[in-house]
Design a protein around this ligand. Structure first.
Ligand SMILES: [Zn+2]
Length: 242
């Protein structure tokens, strides 16, 4: 795994040049955000935390896709006393229940990588876990969340945005790395969540796929604009009922 120090508190761990998870330094150890791909990555993540000199004391998850919860079960076996947190809505997907709530858009079934690990903490909008504030950002998946570090406004946004193959809101297909768009659930909600993240005025944007951006607002704005244009185009193509 490649390790990049993005700030005093934030370390990006990259698997195969494409899949990121993050170590956030707190007083008592690291919070691990997401767990990369299945199996072998658990040992690699623990090794990197060890090299950086602190234990992993919390695991928090942005959403239940394979490239974010892949090594969760292996990490939970290795670190059974470390609490695991995910949003309450996404916990259902993590357990393998792909059903949608009646209030949610029904156009597409969400995806998930079911895990055996039972989360110990169910997160909601505004909750604090260490220095991180939970920001509900549904769209890429129904219970997707981002984490805002209240110490320096760095934002770990999961797959709400990507920067690999170009900066994009989840749902905009980037030919060089189309995976996040293809695995995304609902574009309209993704766009709303992207607006919400931009309004937080983050100092740094860290995502599931691609490099970390500092002072990301202009690039986020541009990506939102591109997404708005493409949704407007899709809408014009819909047949109108007289
Ligand atoms: Zn992803």
């Amino acid at each position: 795994m490649k390790v990049t120090a993005s700030s005093n508190h934030l370390f990006q761990l990259t698997h195969l040049g494409a899949i990121n998870c993050y170590l956030v330094r707190e007083e008592d150890g690291f919070t691990l955000i997401d767990t990369a791909w299945p199996r072998s990555q658990a040992q690699a993540i623990m090794r990197e935390a060890n090299k950086l000199g602190l234990p992993i004391v919390r695991i928090v998850l942005t959403h239940a896709h394979i490239d974010h919860v892949g090594s969760l079960d292996a990490l939970h076996v290795a670190l059974p006393h470390v609490p695991v947190a995910i949003s309450e809505r996404e916990a259902r997907l993590l357990s393998g229940d792909l059903s949608l709530d009646p209030s949610e858009p029904q156009d597409k079934k969400p995806g998930a990588y079911p895990c055996k690990t039972n989360p110990t903490l169910l997160l909601h909008e505004g909750d604090r876990i260490g220095s991180l504030e939970v920001v509900a950002t549904p769209g890429h998946s129904p219970g997707h969340v981002a984490f805002l570090d209240t110490r320096d406004r760095s934002l770990v946004a999961g797959d709400a945005f990507q920067t690999l193959g170009g900066v994009a809101v989840s749902g905009t297909i980037k030919p060089l790395f189309p995976l996040p768009a293809l695995s995304g659930w609902h574009k309209g909600l993704s766009l709303q969540s992207a607006h919400k993240l931009l309004a937080l005025q983050p100092s740094l944007l860290a995502v599931g796929h691609g490099r970390v951006l500092t002072n990301p607002e202009a690039e986020m704005e541009h990506a939102i604009h591109v997404m708005e244009q493409s949704l407007a185009k899709e809408e014009r193509k819909q047949p109108h009922v007289a």
